[in-house]
Write a protein that binds this ligand. Sequence first.
Ligand SMILES: [Zn+2]
Length: 311
Amino acid sequence: MALVTTTEMFQKAYNGGYAIGAFNVNNMEIIQGITEAAGKLRSPLILQVSAGARKYANHKYLVKLVEAALEINDIPISLHLDHGADFEICKSCIDGGFTSVMIDGSHYDFEKNIEVTKGVVEYAHEHGVVVEGELGQLSGIEDDVKVSFEDAAYTNPDQVEEFVKRTGVDSLAIAIGTSHGAFKFKPGQKPQLRFDILKEIEARIPGFPIVLHGASSVPQKYVCEIEQFGGNLADAIGIPEVMLREAAKSAVCKINIDSDLRLAFTAGVRKVLYNEPDAFDPRAYLQEGRANIKTLVSHKILDVLGSDNKA
Ligand SMILES: [Zn+2]
């Protein structure tokens, strides 16, 4: 099976009331953990790569690793650029084998966002690649994307129809209260998602796939383990999984998960190095990180996304 676009995945997810997990990948162990879980549960997958991941691991390594995972697991996988900042990086990924790209023009004004997004859509569609755009701004930090709580802005439902029509995008990332990173809310603040805005958007563009960024739940299990093994993650708060499950049943077809992978992986590595201070074989601690990723992704597919047996 070759890499696929998200078109068919999203259509089935929309009609079936579930969502596809979009997991960020940075190295071999993370790719293996995610794809082994999805392969076993027969779940379609989106593996996404940020500019930071390309800088860390090299574009070619990531593409080849994902292709290897595809060969071994035989499930539909889409390879996606997360938060493309400009036309150049999107073009580079389109030319370099990706099947989906995001152009993030959310920090521009409405007209400029349309202009930038449209340019990428034209090039991508000529090459059989699909595009995700973004309207509204999430707070938090993810690699090069940094937005303060004060500058975050919910998506304006009045703008979505025009944005989708004029740009020709294939899916739309919206801001309804999710946030990048492991510190999604101010200490003491109650996690909340604006389902009223989601409903309004759904009504304006029926049948159109919606994307949620910053949708890690920050499992307490891993936060506690990281603390137990010498780390400090006080004030880490995620999106409750019941809310994500509810979103997955709606027009939300793609749920991005990055921080949870980082937490799971780090907890595993820390555990080994804490319990076996003399360990210096990288395989000894990396495999613990990989095992945690597999457990986490299985849980997400079964209990949050509902994408098992949909491959
Ligand atoms: Zn994001």
